[in-house]
Design a protein around this ligand. Structure first.
Ligand SMILES: C[S@@+](CC[C@H](N)C(=O)[O-])C[C@H]1O[C@@H](n2cnc3c(N)ncnc32)[C@H](O)[C@@H]1O
Length: 146
């Protein structure tokens, strides 16, 4: 599947920029993974931009109130989408005020990385590590240990 990770706001923290660059570099071996930054703003404006930017994809809305699958459960979810013929998937990371209820309602899946609220750049790094972990499991590579 082609991945697009769409994040509100520009990156500013060095450690998060480094982590993001590291996982995007690693992911180049596994397919198409694109990172897009959209303009920050109010919850309504950002959610609208995220919705529009993810047109035609399976929408995974990143939100601490969402489901908390294990990594292996995430692999199963990927397999289910692939069996359904899904070609494009997007992960949507919001700004300081989070997503609107409308965007949550429009989600194909609401994914929480933990019940803790993370700042958006940190959520991006954790998400990319999980996407990388899923990619290695699907290839049968030994990065992940149960
Ligand atoms: C600072 S948080 C926004 C918190 C906001 N007050 C709310 O109620 O959603 C910015 C973005 O990071 C992402 N995020 C933060 N913590 C997360 C978590 N535990 N799981 C998934 N995404 C998270 C979400 O996309 C969120 O919209």
């Amino acid at each position: 599947m082609n991945h697009e990770i769409i994040v509100a706001g520009k990156p500013s923290l060095k450690y998060a920029k480094d982590g993001t660059a590291e996982y995007l570099k690693r992911l180049t071996r596994y397919g198409k993974y694109k990172l897009t930054h959209i303009k920050d703003g109010s919850s309504e404006d950002v959610s609208k931009r995220l919705y529009e930017a993810s047109e035609g994809t399976i929408r995974v809305v990143m939100d601490e109130r969402g489901a908390t699958p294990t990594t292996q459960e995430l692999v199963k979810l990927y397999n289910k989408w692939e069996m359904r013929g899904v070609k494009n998937i997007s992960f949507l990371i919001g700004a300081s005020d989070g997503h609107t209820q409308q965007l949550r309602d429009d989600a194909d899946f609401i994914l929480s990385l933990s019940a803790l609220t993370l700042m958006h750049e940190l959520a991006l790094v954790v998400l990319l590590e999980q996407i990388y972990r899923v990619a290695t499991i699907k290839r049968g590579e030994p990065y992940h240990r149960d």
